[in-house]
Design a protein around this ligand. Structure first.
Ligand code: C5P
Length: 206
């Protein structure tokens, strides 16, 4: 069983994907981490996240980087959004994501193009969304919790809008729901309600 969970930043898709994985007993891959690792590696190498040669070289990042807390920062997210618009970078990360999806018992993957590109034959596809304001509020609360209280709400909202625009207008695998995805708007749901709804949407599709 393959479950694809796509959606914009801070929509709740990561939490929902992990909860689905726990519920159905499947491994889970947060594919955003791969793009974040490439973005952080480019910056560490002194390269430009919009330069194809720099970004491609960074695709050879060491796996240990995937566990680095630096990947969670807004700087990493912005660099990820830039490298991920480069088709050669996306191509370099496809095999790894498909191999994860092809594990014997199945898997849950979350990202932007799982239902459209990585696993178009997934058994269940969810597209998780929420208004930019709600997502910025969640991301800002999380940053404050992590001690980054020097960043304003307006700045987080502007970053979210910029990332949405870049992710949905790029030519390579733009952020969009697959035609057969179930839409889940979490704007006015708490996380428990969103997870319950996600489980029932997946069960409906099996
Ligand atoms: O989901 P997360 O915020 O960690 O993703 C960081 C960035 O990586 C996104 O803004 C997007 O540009 C890119 N990404 C992508 N395709 C994926 C996952 C993430 O393009 N499957």
């Amino acid at each position: 069983m393959i479950i694809a969970v796509d959606g914009p930043a801070a929509s709740g898709k990561g939490t929902i994907a992990r909860a689905l994985a726990a519920h159905f007993g499947l491994p889970c891959l947060d594919t955003g981490l791969l793009y974040r690792a490439v973005g952080v590696q480019v910056l560490r190498d002194g390269g430009d996240p919009e330069n194809e040669a720099d970004a491609l070289a960074a695709c050879a990042f060491d796996d240990a980087l995937l566990a680095d807390p630096e990947l969670k920062t807004e700087i990493a997210g912005a660099a990820a959004s830039r490298v991920s618009a480069i088709p050669a970078v996306r191509a370099a990360l496809v095999a790894r994501q498909r191999a994860f999806a092809a594990q014997p018992g199945g898997a849950v993957l979350d990202g932007r193009d799982i239902g459209t590109v990585i696993a178009p034959d997934a058994d269940a596809k969810l597209f998780v969304k929420a208004t930019p304001h709600v997502r910025a509020r969640r991301r800002h609360d999380e940053l404050v919790r992590l001690g980054h209280d020097d960043i304003s709400f307006d700045r987080v909202l502007a970053d979210i809008r910029a990332r949405d625009l870049r992710d949905s207008t790029r030519a390579a695998a733009p952020l969009r729901p697959a035609d057969d995805a179930a839409l889940l708007d979490t704007s006015y749901m708490d996380i428990d309600a969103a997870v319950d709804r996600a489980i029932s949407l997946v069960e409906d599709r099996l």
